[in-house]
Design a protein around this ligand. Structure first.
Ligand SMILES: Cc1cc2nc3c(=O)[nH]c(=O)nc-3n(C[C@H](O)[C@H](O)[C@H](O)COP(=O)(O)O)c2cc1C
Length: 207
């Protein structure tokens, strides 16, 4: 093999490696914050929770009985990390994604604004002021899953809401996935062109 071919194949290999290891490019670009206020989350408790088989046995949709009381910072941290956190030093996540493109952005609609989850920093970045929970689905909070309109996105967001649902089962929190509320913040979230909120998930303490 000529030196030129060796160099070309090396550079192609490096480009593929860089693409496959790049953490959350699109999610980052989805996050140009309106006011940039940042909420650092406590480290997730990765040792806690119930055994996986028990959480699977407990997983269910809870559609009523939410108190609206906020989650503790630790619960919020655990929920977001379980949903779409980084679980390896190379930036890979708790859910798989096609070609490791990680093209899903998670927004938490809280009592004090709408926040984008920044997995690299394990933090929330406020992108909207105000309490939009009622329009988005109620509960203690609503998770909004935004992604590009392509063939993979439905699969990706499904992995994430299942992660969130299993965490909720483990933590004794209610949750359910819903299409209603996905348009509540149309035109207000800083989404890249071609992205939209595909599905919403109400999460919360119940009576
Ligand atoms: C993609 C998807 C969309 C859903 N949309 C709604 C919805 O718009 N409204 C609703 O009340 N439930 C919705 N659900 C929840 C289903 O009704 C619920 O998962 C189903 O009844 C099974 O109940 P289980 O989750 O307790 O097993 C949705 C679930 C999924 C996965």
């Amino acid at each position: 093999m000529s030196i030129r071919r060796i160099l070309m194949s090396l550079s192609t290999g490096l480009a593929v490696l860089a693409l496959s290891l790049t953490p959350a490019g699109p999610a980052r670009s989805a996050g140009s914050a309106a006011d940039g206020t940042r909420m650092d989350l406590p480290a997730p408790d990765k040792k806690g929770g119930m055994p996986l088989m028990q959480a699977l046995a407990e997983r269910r949709s809870t559609k009523s009985g939410y108190t609206g009381a906020p989650l503790s910072a630790q619960e919020l941290s655990n929920l977001l990390w379980a949903t779409w956190g980084m679980n390896r030093p190379d930036g890979r996540r708790t859910a798989p994604s096609a070609m490791n493109r990680q093209e899903v952005a998670v927004y938490a609609v809280l009592e004090n604004g709408v926040w984008r989850y920044d997995a690299a920093g394990h933090a929330l970045i406020r992108v909207l002021d105000g309490d939009h929970r009622r329009a988005a689905g109620g509960g203690s909070l609503v998770l909004l899953y935004a992604a590009p309109e392509d063939r993979w996105s439905g699969m990706h967001v499904g992995s994430l809401y299942q992660n969130a649902g299993l965490y909720c089962a483990s933590a004794g929190l209610g949750n359910y996935v819903h299409a209603s509320g996905v348009s509540a913040l149309d035109g207000k979230l800083p989404l890249p062109d071609g992205w939209r909120v595909l599905i919403a998930q109400t999460v919360g303490l119940t009576k």
